[in-house]
Design a protein around this ligand. Structure first.
Ligand code: ZN
Ligand code: ZN
Length: 224
């Protein structure tokens, strides 16, 4: 019998903020360096999770800049000195986040920091022992990104279990969203574990077979 493959990666999540957003920490068992995806709020709780994992956060990579994904960036960065990475087409949303948050949450919030570097499709986000491949998946927002590593996909608000991200917000585009999901994400192997920005995980194969939005898009394409 083959040895079970033990990954060097540790992956844990924490649900933060009033929008119940999934923040992910991916760390290396060997090097103890790690990446945070989407620190949406409650930076102290995210830092406590990193400490519990024994991981030093070196990079903050955001799937997009909606307030439920970005409000914890400042606190995590101030505590760790981590580099903050974002797609350039999210800058407008990021710069409006403090104002949007004040309106939606009814409390003043500090604006998120400017990114330290910008991400593009095909880039790799890397710390010692952890490497994420960047996939540009516009549609929910223009600069929405998904991150892939070792059979795991962190897809922000692009794809959900049995659903997809809203496309009726600033910069949203349903056609782009479906192209991102069907052409890019559905190109991944069926057993890829999908770890979205909200709600439970799923797999690419499950969504290919049961997600009503994916099924409708595939049938629309067949009839063209
Ligand atoms: Zn969003
Ligand atoms: Zn969200």
């Amino acid at each position: 019998m083959a040895e079970p493959q033990v990954s060097e990666l540790m992956v844990r999540s924490i649900v933060v903020g009033v929008f119940a957003e999934n923040c992910w920490i991916i760390g290396s068992r060997k090097t103890r360096e790690g990446i945070v995806i989407d620190p949406g709020d409650q930076p102290q709780e995210i830092l406590a999770l990193a400490k519990d994992m024994g991981v030093n956060i070196k990079v903050i990579a955001n799937s997009h800049a909606h307030i439920d994904h970005i409000l914890g960036v400042r606190g995590v960065q101030e505590a760790t000195g981590a580099k903050f990475l974002l797609h350039p087409q999210e800058l407008e949303i990021a710069r409006g986040a403090a104002q949007a948050a004040a309106g939606l949450l009814g409390r003043p919030v500090e604006p998120p920091p400017e990114p330290d570097a910008l991400l593009a499709d095909g880039d790799e986000v890397e710390v010692a022992g952890v490497k994420l491949k960047v996939i540009h998946t516009p549609g929910h927002t223009p600069g929405s990104l998904s991150f892939y590593s070792e059979g795991m996909l962190f897809c922000g608000d692009t794809l959900f279990r049995g659903s997809i991200g809203r496309t009726d917000l600033q910069g949203g585009d349903y056609g782009q969203e479906m192209a991102s999901i069907v052409d890019r994400l559905m190109a991944l192997p069926d057993d890829t574990i999908v770890l979205p920005g909200h709600m439970q995980e799923t797999k690419i194969g499950i969504e290919r077979e049961t997600n009503p939005f994916v099924l409708e898009e595939l049938s629309r394409r067949r009839s063209e």
